[in-house]
Design a protein around this ligand. Structure first.
Ligand code: SAH
Length: 282
């Protein structure tokens, strides 16, 4: 039998979750004004022993961002050394609103009816895209929000690569640039291998296309054609698709241009929509 790392939290023993997590991320259906998207996963709610991980001893003496990554490794969410290294290097605490539980495995509201995804979702998407985030490659992050995952992509591809983040909320783009400037990815932003833009991500970002990797951080009712067009032959896109019930799709474009799609897991993301629809006109 496989060994099972356990941890006691809230008086219960927990065991490492299976590699293929069923991640359902619930979103508040209130869409307007003061409504907040409460974006969390079933995995987080019922399986994760570390959803309040900053309150727990890791047994390693680690705290904060390092403890977050250590726990994701320990519970089988992160298996890639490179992803672990990048997530360790980029402090999630620099990307979330002051006073939030930066290192808990939970999504957090960032304003404008948007959330920063939970760390396990970021880890999962980084691992799904890892082969297409090799040094020198190009990546597009649609719905870049806080800029955290875009920053991780930039660290993966390095100074010779090119990473573009696009979000349609100008205030979020401004905030994401400030966040990155405080982080280890600052020099990549300064040198121009990472850039963050205001735009409708459903149209992609033609300037640096085609991309080896495309990540979409909001759920589309169907895969936007522009994104398929901007995916390089041999490239991969990870995108949540659906409305209420959503699936995280992994879409591979082969060298001859044909498309193959599979479902990784069930998820719940905020919608990929228009700015007015997302903010209720505010
Ligand atoms: N991945 C980011 C944010 C996820 S929330 C993070 O973890 O920080 C989803 C983001 O998608 C929000 O910031 C929202 O503003 C953005 N979004 C939704 N529809 C969009 C569209 N049509 N074009 C660009 N961004 C969009």
């Amino acid at each position: 039998m496989r060994s099972c790392p356990t941890l006691t939290a809230y008086g219960r023993h927990y065991c490492a979750p299976p590699r293929r997590l069923v991640s359902l991320t619930f979103t508040s259906l209130h869409r307007h004004n003061s409504a907040q998207f409460l974006n969390f996963s079933l995995f987080t709610a019922f399986r994760s022993p570390f959803s309040r991980m900053e309150q727990f001893q890791t047994g390693t003496g680690l705290t904060g961002n390092k403890a977050m990554v250590e726990n994701l490794k320990r519970f089988g969410v992160i298996s890639s050394k490179k992803v672990a290294k990048v997530m360790e290097a980029l402090d999630r605490g620099l990307f979330v609103p002051a006073g939030s539980s930066a290192y808990a495995d939970t999504p957090l509201p960032i304003g404008y009816n948007a959330t920063i995804s939970a760390p396990h979702m970021h880890a999962m998407c980084l691992q799904l895209l890892e082969d297409k985030l090799q040094p020198g490659m190009r990546a597009l992050d649609v719905g870049s929000g806080t800029g955290y995952l875009t920053g991780c992509f930039a660290l993966m591809v390095g100074a010779e690569g090119r990473v573009v983040g696009v979000d349609h909320i100008p205030q979020l783009v401004d905030m994401s640039i400030k966040n990155v400037e405080k982080s280890v990815a600052a020099s990549l932003l300064q040198k121009g291998s990472l850039s963050l833009h205001v735009g409708d991500g459903r149209k992609g970002w033609g300037e640096f296309a085609p991309y080896d990797a495309i990540h979409v951080g909001a759920a589309a009712s169907e895969v936007p054609h522009a994104l398929l067009d901007q995916l390089k032959p041999g490239g991969r896109m990870v995108i949540p698709v659906g409305t209420y019930f959503q699936e995280l799709k992994v879409i591979d474009k082969s060298e001859d241009g044909s498309i193959k799609a599979r479902t990784e897991t069930s998820v719940r993301y905020v919608p990929l929509t228009s700015r007015v629809e997302q903010t209720g006109g505010f």
